[in-house]
Design a protein around this ligand. Sequence first.
Ligand code: SF4
Length: 186
Amino acid sequence: MQNDTIRALSTTVGRRSFLKMAAVASVFGATSSFASEKVTRAATEEEVKNPFPGSKKVKTICTSCSVGCGVIAEVQNGVWVRQEVAQDHPISLGGHCCKGADMIDMVRSEVRLKYPMVKENGQWKRLSWDDALNRIATKLADLKKKDGADAVQFLGSAKMSNEQAYYFRKFAAFFGTNNTDHQARI
Ligand code: SF4
């Protein structure tokens, strides 16, 4: 049961955060109090062999950049619980950079941005996509009118494909500026 709690905790907070918490707990002696209260126990042989019963492996890709390296996501009851590299992926051939290796923690992060938000009077609030687009368009038009098109810089993204980068560049040109760059350069 306690092992389930720890496994559930590690599943909820993510591997990296869980390891950080464990390190902090160890510094402050919390692990010894866990041990003395018998909060932990050794996993059974079956649990070691199969820690996520009923899970299935799903082929997917890392979405951090447009290379699209292969990831095997292990999913249990709709929750991504572990990941491996996809050895047979034709592009990445079983390799990852550090962002891909940490994909599971990014996807499960509690601070992951999932919808447009705006900070008003010190508070973050959720926006609809239409509202967000209207606000951005209005702001861009205002800036251009007040300070000229060169007052704006357009920053591309590593997630863009070649075609998206092409459209992005065109969009900046139609707006009236050559101020384009790439997020990775800053
Ligand atoms: S961020 Fe790294 S692992 Fe992810 S697709 Fe790009 S190169 Fe591959």
